[in-house]
Design a protein around this ligand. Sequence first.
Ligand SMILES: *Cc1c(COP(=O)(O)O)cnc(C)c1O
Length: 220
Amino acid sequence: MKISENIRKVKGTIPDHVCLVAVSKTHPPERITEAYDAGLRIFGENRVQELLQKQPVLPADIEWHLIGHLQTNKVKFIAPFVRMIHSVDSIKLLAEIDKEAAKCSRQIDCLLQVYIAQEETKFGLDENELESVIMSYIQGSFSNVRICGLMGMASFVDDTAQVHREFGNLKQIFDRIKQKYFSETEYFHHISMGMSGDYSIAIEEGSTMVRIGSLIFGNR
Ligand SMILES: *Cc1c(COP(=O)(O)O)cnc(C)c1O
């Protein structure tokens, strides 16, 4: 199936208020260009090295999102251009992003990654850690990063009730955090949840941003 056809299909199932991040990891620039020509502008990569190879050879108006785990020593490489980082999981990382964004006179939008799955392998903050990162952010003076919301990944299971529960849990955490800490800030409004296999459930549970790879580009 052609990429443009895949995009048309996926878009037909996503409401207007939900932002589509096309996850292009492992796919070469030519395939990304096809998606770009079909109208997409927001692309997500999970590895810094790969992002750094692709970004210079693709159109400058692409909005690049980093969706994978990020080490503090790699922040400086992507700070000049990255638009959003979905995977912030410590105040140390947030502080580093702020520092490197300042050097580039930029502001970088960040999401805090919350651990909602029942699997051991996933990165992310538990609810207590989440609150402590947010309190440090609020008490600090981070003028070059904005916490724009939360990100989470559900377990890879066939049990749709469990996936509903996990995404529903993230939505509840989001609502509570927004009310408690961000009631006066408009920019805290994103819940990045949902991938090719579970985005419909995520949207039902309140996702505002889905990260879709294989349904657009095919299997990796
Ligand atoms: C790979 C990846 C996706 C997209 O996965 P698909 O199943 O191909 O849609 C979404 N989010 C993250 C964090 C990923 O690493």
